[in-house]
Design a protein around this ligand. Structure first.
Ligand SMILES: NC(=O)c1ccc[n+]([C@@H]2O[C@H](COP(=O)([O-])OP(=O)(O)OC[C@H]3O[C@@H](n4cnc5c(N)ncnc54)[C@H](O)[C@@H]3O)[C@@H](O)[C@H]2O)c1
Length: 261
């Protein structure tokens, strides 16, 4: 199949909905073969069926991104089905807000486990797959979904910001390491502004209503609105493709101008 990522095998975490699902659709349209993972098995199953109906090759695998044994099983499934790995999109994450003084250590650890341990584990096992006998010499692209809140702080979002800031500098460090190793693996972070997904809808209570939140959050973006998952998926395709071949250790910010202030 022709396309901007034709022949590449891409693994996307948190693919059942939101930015992960739209990234899967966009990469599929551009010719990638897909390994889609999530804790939401039904969501992944129906997305795989949709992609197959549209003529794309895809498998779904159950995966808790904070569990290293799950990562080992996912990589084994990817290599067994497609024989190689070219792209990893570390997308799965959780978000919650609340005053730091009232955040429990268990909540803090859960945030760091799902949002940051996951990126470490995925990167570790992707480098192994991309440099192992199946992938040797071909390089690859690791795309770590951070956030505008990995660049700017936000009141009552300290744990989330810590996790996303960690993703940002982890990404740069591994990019330097891969550069020194000469293994052809590029590692970049992607920083969305507020995007209309389930995650966006999680803390409506703090705003009173969905409309009130949409109005207030839209105003934070000079472009005058929040983003759509497709607008982030476009960045994922760019970073996955060879069009970004001179890009590593960078931050791709797609935020309607949020961080321009
Ligand atoms: N939506 C936004 O406003 C926004 C802004 C900036 C960054 N982001 C980032 O974009 C990425 C995608 O966010 P989204 O808005 O699509 O979120 P979402 O909540 O719509 O989807 C997240 C997916 O991750 C899965 N998931 C959650 N915990 C998991 C785990 N332990 N293991 C595997 N899968 C798990 C969920 O089941 C879900 O399918 C996240 O990294 C998020 O932090 C989102």
């Amino acid at each position: 199949m022709a396309g901007r990522v034709a022949g590449k095998v891409a693994l996307i975490t948190g693919a059942a909905e939101g930015i992960g699902a739209e990234s899967a659709r966009a990469l599929g349209r551009e010719g990638a073969q897909l390994v889609l993972t999530d804790i939401n098995d039904n969501g992944v199953k129906s997305l795989v069926a949709e992609l197959e109906r549209n003529g794309h090759a895809a498998i779904g695998v159950h995966h808790d991104v904070s569990d290293e044994r799950d990562w080992e099983a996912v990589m084994a499934a990817a290599l067994s089905r497609f024989g190689r790995l070219d792209v990893l999109v570390n997308n799965a994450a959780i978000a919650f807000v609340g005053p730091t003084a009232e955040t429990t250590l268990a909540d803090w650890r859960r945030m760091l486990a799902v949002n940051l341990d996951s990126v470490f584990l995925g990167t570790k096992h992707a480098i192994r797959a991309m440099t192992g006998k199946e992938g040797a010499g071909k390089g690859g692209s690791i795309i770590n979904i951070s956030s505008i809140l990995g660049i700017d702080g936000a009141a009552t979002a300290a744990a989330y910001c810590a996790s996303k800031g960690g993703v940002r500098l982890f990404t740069k460090s591994v990019a330097l390491e891969c550069g020194e190793a000469g293994n052809g693996i590029r590692v970049n972070s992607l920083h969305p502004g507020y995007i209309h997904t389930s995650m966006f809808e999680t803390d409506i209570a703090a705003y009173g209503s969905f409309d009130a939140k949409m109005k207030k959050v839209s105003a934070l973006h000079p472009i005058g609105r929040v983003g759509q998952p497709e607008e982030i998926a476009a960045g994922v395709v760019f970073l996955a493709s060879d069009e970004s071949s001179f890009m590593t250790g960078s931050e791709l910010v797609i935020d309607g101008g949020y961080t321009a202030r």
